[in-house]
Design a binder for this molecule. Structure first.
Ligand code: FAD
Length: 410
């Protein structure tokens, strides 16, 4: 059995159309900084511009319904778009947009018709960039423990509290966030989700100093922030899923975040490592001729391919409406642990050259060193490795008496 999808002549014709469109519309001058913290405003704007153009074509959110600004395409066509975008070194969307990806999908399931018309068109056409704001000082793995409050006052909710480890550099247009909407109600029955305009009075964004944030892709976030809400007034229209119904919405959001909503992409670092080892001499020959180097390069290749195939399977399951159980956390757990194994193999091959950002001494113009940091960091966001295991255990029947179901995706 071959895990790779095969395509009809019609679909291959579509691939050529996408390729030609990208050749014409990919802005010239796009560069990929090794550390996403170095993404400039100019580079960010080039990516947003590409996002808007993809949005106009319906290719930014290929499978999303046309009436809400998506492409209404079938799974096969959307895989082709994802693959072609990846081939030019970009992602869908071509910028960090975690709240758009997860908030958009959640609104599609839980929003009212008016909310879908309003918010989804903005997101699916690439007109806004949205951050996801979940974590708080006392609520990371235990998300239901959030303390930020949203209390109804007339036609508004008034939001007070603090979110940590959120967002990116260069700002956003909207914030997708979970709060307490009833301070007296029981755990899981006291929450509400909001789509909040980012420029409302009372919102303060404070950058955090981290080892690195985000990996080697067009979608790396670069910076994380603490966001403070100080008596922020938000129209009641922006509450998604209803007051105290937030845990229901969270099951959709978290399902996607925990590995079911991954993208289809190659690991570009593998290409960089191959190229580096083929073009760099050690003991009078290209490094790739050394059997020990080759041995470890194959290990990296295998890890990257398994990760890609897990993601491809999950993408297919999600968009074809297949019965999802443990597959999300399985892929997430594998990707995170695999990143560490690949980092160890890179260190075995390159030694100290893997650990310096210096373009003269380091490998891959800083990309390798940045990867070493991001492989460590990646264990944490989107649910830690421990949490992925906890969820898997519940879903395969060894964590709970009744097997836990996956979150609603439709
Ligand atoms: C680079 C980066 C980007 C991030 N981006 C975002 C973002 O965009 N938006 C956002 O809202 N948040 C974001 N986060 C926050 C992230 O979601 C949390 O850090 C994560 O959920 C873990 O929460 P915590 O840090 O509070 O650790 P804790 O939950 O306190 O966990 C501490 C340790 O205990 C373990 N642990 C906790 N509970 C269990 C359990 N039940 N069983 C076994 N082990 C357990 C954890 O695995 C971990 O090792 C980001 C974090 C990082 C590092």
């Amino acid at each position: 059995m071959d895990f790779e999808p095969t395509y009809t002549g019609e679909q291959e014709k579509f691939r050529l159309e996408v390729r030609a469109w990208l050749a014409e519309n990919l802005p010239s001058g796009i560069v990929h900084p090794a550390d996403p913290i170095d993404l400039t405003t100019e580079q960010y704007e080039l990516r947003r511009d590409l996002g808007r153009r993809l949005g106009e074509k319906g290719w930014l959110w290929p499978t999303a319904p046309v009436e809400y600004g998506g492409g209404g395409l079938s799974l096969d066509y959307s895989v082709i778009i994802e693959e072609e975008i990846d081939n030019v070194g970009m992602t869908l969307p071509p910028y960090y947009d975690s709240g758009g990806k997860l908030g958009g999908a959640s609104i599609l399931v839980w929003g009212s018709e008016e909310q879908k018309q309003f918010f989804l068109k903005l997101i699916f056409r690439g007109e806004v960039r949205t951050w996801q704001l979940l974590s708080e000082p006392e609520a990371g793995s235990d998300l239901a423990n959030v303390k930020t409050t949203a209390i109804r006052d007339g036609d508004d909710y008034v939001i007070n509290g603090q979110k940590v480890f959120v967002g990116s550099g260069l700002g956003c247009d909207y914030m997708w966030t979970i709060t307490v909407t009833d301070t007296e109600a029981k755990r899981h029955e006291n929450l509400g989700w909001f789509m909040i305009k980012a420029d409302l009075p009372g919102i303060t964004i404070q950058p955090m100093d981290l080892l690195i944030s985000g990996g080697e892709s067009g979608a790396g976030s670069g910076v994380k922030n603490t966001v403070f809400f100080d008596n922020v007034r938000v129209p009641a229209f922006n509450l998604i899923g209803g007051e105290n119904q937030g845990w229901k919405v969270a099951t959709t959001h978290l399902e996607l975040e925990h590995g079911t909503g991954g993208r289809i992409s190659r690991n570009w670092l593998v290409d960089r490592m191959f190229e580096y080892c083929q073009t760099t001499q050690r003991r009078g020959q290209p490094m790739s001729k050394d059997p020990e180097v080759r041995d470890r390069l194959v290990d990296i290749y295998i890890e990257a391919e398994i990760t890609r195939l897990f993601n491809l399977r999950n993408y297919w399951m999600r968009h074809s409406g297949a019965n999802i159980t443990y597959e999300g956390p399985q892929a997430s757990y594998f990707r995170k642990q695999s990143g560490l194994r690949q980092a160890t193999a890179i260190l075995d091959i390159l030694g100290p050259a893997a650990m310096t950002y210096d373009p003269e001494l380091g490998a891959g113009e800083g990309h390798v060193e940045a990867y070493m940091r991001s492989a460590l960091i990646a264990l944490h966001p989107g649910g830690t490795t421990d949490i992925q295991k906890v969820i898997m255990a519940r879903r395969i029947g060894i964590g709970r008496e009744v097997k836990e179901k996956a979150g609603a995706l439709a």
